[in-house]
Design a protein around this ligand. Structure first.
Ligand code: NAD
Ligand code: UDX
Length: 472
């Protein structure tokens, strides 16, 4: 078995950057080069302000950068030097063509694979790190094999990433498991062992799981689909709670105490966001459809459908509570990221909500501690509705604090669960004093103590809770 000494990671994004920075941090004997076609992104990785925000990431990058961790756009050279290459490029949902709106767009994976095949001058272990439909490794292998020679051979592994944003470094330093799939041939297993040795520098041996290639690929989609399914289940129950007086936090706690169910991923919310859950469920739905398994496809599709329903249900609740119109009203939205501790806005529920508020002619005041202004504008531009940045600018104000956003607002809506929005962090009395009355507060994250806020005077609605129990 060859020992890995030189790693290249193609794709310097939310996965490639943190994952390979941690490998460099834990394996000083391995040279790690992270490459990307995007010059701006690479420049940011080489600067004091990294392109993504993740707690603990800066310390690790600053510690290893220039020693055994490098960021460059010189893709070909890094490929040539490496003995193991992670393909960690984006696999977004296809926008056009066959499978549009469902299937994963594999163009970036294919182009990275072709590049490796073209420029390699020695044998490589190629590792599929991106989340891909089951059997993608077969297409990658076909491309690589077509370029193999007597002296240059390629092994292909699947090593999906399970990190969650906001806790990426913690997850990478102490993963529940590392999964490595390989073809069950002598050569495939040798490659699998070589990658396992890299992880064993800090991950306990029993947490490194080895499987066949296809199990590994499918496990990634399956894990995300099951996690999302739990959120859709509790969100479906939140609607029943609101209609009956049951409390969704109490229901989640009571169910989660059953050790067979467990307590995690049972927090009701305005709907899950992020770059993975929706994309990967739709990917699984498409895969099932392609495999002529319509009932299976329908089953997983419902997890997505319920999530869309939850977002719309929250918007409808806000509009109906505000006397069936929000025209010319100021709605303060606290949080724009898809979850706390990240600046990532991909598929954030905030985007859907704010677009709906704008459609209803409300003025939306937005505050998020980590999301860049330009990102908010970009996310809200919508062809033929809000065509340009100028049009978006007329409908929103981006504020420097929660207090500024809530000033003169008719309603405050909590969309992201940032700690700083908790009852003991924000001065809700001050917020109340500066709002139009009646002052409405909608909590899409079960962050607040409704009873305390009602004492101040707020009209409060919390997802999964029946406000009639608390209002006079
Ligand atoms: P990202 O968009 O942040 O990063 C991907 C990067 O790849 C981009 O910077 C892009 O410029 C670069 N790229 C694309 N094609 C390239 C090429 N041919 N050569 C060089 N660079 C190229 O995406 P991400 O969030 O890091 O996700 C990457 C993959 O990991 C996806 O398949 C995703 O589903 C999966 N994943 C993501 C997460 C997450 O939390 N974001 C978690 C687990 C798995
Ligand atoms: C997810 C998976 O957790 C991770 O393993 C995978 O590698 C990538 O996709 P991520 O999307 O970064 O990670 O964050 P996650 O913590 O899973 O949250 C996703 C969304 O679900 C967020 O909008 C979050 O707020 C929401 N969520 C999560 C809930 O609404 N309720 C919960 O109980 C948990």
């Amino acid at each position: 078995m060859v020992a890995v000494k030189n790693i290249c990671c193609v794709g310097a994004g939310y996965v490639g950057g943190p994952t390979c920075a941690v490998i460099a941090y834990k394996c000083h004997h391995i040279k790690v080069t992270i490459v990307d076609l995007n010059q701006q992104r690479i420049d940011a990785w080489n600067s004091d302000k990294l392109p993504i925000y993740e707690p603990g990431l800066e310390e690790i990058v600053f510690d290893r950068r220039g020693k055994n961790l490098f960021f460059t756009t010189d893709v070909d050279n890094a490929i040539k030097e490496a003995d193991l290459i992670f393909v960690s490029v984006n696999t977004p949902t296809k926008k056009t063509g066959l499978g549009a709106g469902m299937a994963a767009d594999l163009a970036y994976v294919e182009s990275a694979t072709r590049r490796i095949a073209e420029v390699a001058t020695s044998s490589k272990i190629v590792v599929e790190k991106s989340t891909v439909p089951c059997r993608t490794a077969e297409s990658m292998r076909t491309i690589l094999d077509a370029n193999a020679t007597k002296d240059i051979c390629f092994d292909i592994l699947s090593n999906p990433e399970f990190l969650a944003e906001g806790t990426a470094i913690k997850d990478l330093l102490n993963p529940d498991r590392v999964l490595i799939g390989a073809l069950q041939t002598d050569q495939g297993i040798a490659a699998q062992n070589a990658l396992a040795e890299v992880y064993k520098n800090w991950v306990p041996e029993e947490n490194v799981i080895t499987t066949n290639l296809w199990s590994s690929e499918l496990s990634k989609l399956a894990a995300n689909a099951m996690l999302a399914q739990r959120i859709s289940s509790i969100n479906a129950l939140s609607a029943i709670c609101e209609a009956t007086g049951a409390d969704v936090d109490e229901v989640a706690y009571a169910c989660g105490r059953d050790t067979r169910l467990g307590s995690k991923f049972l927090k009701a919310s305005v709907g899950f966001g992020g770059s993975c859950f929706q994309k990967d469920i739709l990917n699984l739905v498409y895969l099932s459809t392609q495999l002529n398994l319509p009932e299976v496809a329908e089953y997983w599709k419902q997890v997505y459908t319920l999530n869309e329903y939850q977002k719309k249900r929250f918007v409808k609740k806000i509009i109906s509570t505000l006397f069936n119109t929000i025209t010319n009203k100021r709605i303060a939205v606290l949080g724009f990221a898809f979850k706390k501790d990240t600046g990532d806005t991909r598929e954030s529920a905030a985007i859907t909500l704010i677009k709906d508020f704008i459609q209803e002619n409300a003025h939306v005041a937005i505050y998020d501690p980590k999301v860049e202004r330009e990102q908010i504008y970009m996310d809200l531009i919508e062809p033929s509705i809000l065509d340009s940045r100028e049009q978006v600018e007329k409908s929103i104000t981006i504020c420097p604090s929660a207090y500024e956003a809530a000033k003169d607002a008719d309603a405050v809506v909590i969309v992201t669960e940032w700690d700083e929005f908790k009852s003991n962090e924000l001065d809700y009395q001050q917020i109340y004093d500066n709002m139009h009355k009646p002052a409405f507060l909608f909590d899409g994250r079960l962050l607040l103590d409704a009873a305390e806020l009602r004492k101040i005077g707020f009209k409060v609605h919390i997802i999964g809770k029946n406000e009639l129990a608390g209002t006079a």
